[in-house]
Ligand binder design. Structure first.
Ligand SMILES: [Zn+2]
Ligand SMILES: [Zn+2]
Length: 207
């Protein structure tokens, strides 16, 4: 029984990576594991699987922590380019094998309701960051996720054909005439015959 419980809670390295333990990290971890097992796949080491999340907007939401659990469980990550984020406002994701099959996993509405009513959510609504929520409230919310079976937590939908086929790119590098930094040619802008990176061309930038 103890082993069974352990498998449902996240590994220590994931909490370290994410920065705190929270219920939606566990939701994402389990969502990813269930998606993998329904595809008959292992955690992806390279670029053979793609993850499409449905809560990928700019707004800061406690639920979006599930994306870190999902990436960690499936091996589909931002760094490998195998994560695509949609902003549908849903705690759901599709895991796809290009040219193969895919599975969509969504958190059940009643689980969303239960978590929204838990003490953890009440403390977050008071303005506490996740790491400052009391341990009792965090462990209670995590246990609500960890103790449920896959079917109690999620709705599953399987797709027999995946039309998504990513292309590998080997783009040429160029140097921005203004800042001198390297930029991939396909991302550069040509202005009055001069090649510029997007920030130098006046496009919105991070800073
Ligand atoms: Zn979190
Ligand atoms: Zn530049």
């Amino acid at each position: 029984m103890e082993d069974h419980q352990d498998q449902k809670v996240v590994p220590a390295w994931l909490v370290e990576f994410h920065g705190h333990l929270c219920p939606f990290l566990v939701v994402g971890w389990r969502m990813g594991q269930e998606a993998l097992s329904r595809l008959g796949a292992e955690r992806e080491r390279d670029q053979g699987l793609f993850l499409f999340t449905e809560l990928g907007g700019e707004a800061l939401r406690p639920q979006s922590c599930y994306e870190d659990g999902l990436q960690s469980a499936t091996g589909c990550t931002a760094g490998k380019g195998t994560l695509r984020r949609f902003d549908f406002g849903k705690v759901a994701a599709v895991l796809a094998q290009p040219g193969g099959i895919a599975v969509r996993v969504a958190l059940r509405p009643e689980v969303c309701d239960e978590l929204a009513q838990a003490d953890y959510a009440a403390e977050r609504r008071q303005g506490k960051p996740a790491s400052a929520v009391s341990q009792a409230a965090t462990l209670d919310a995590v246990a609500r996720v960890a103790s449920k079976s896959a079917d109690e937590l999620f709705l599953f939908e399987k797709f027999s054909t995946v039309h998504f086929s990513p292309v590998a790119a080997r783009p040429a590098r160029a140097r921005c005439a203004n800042c001198g930094e390297y930029v991939f040619e396909q991302d550069a802008v040509t202005k009055d015959g001069i090649l510029l990176c997007r920030p130098c061309a006046g496009h919105p930038s991070a800073v």
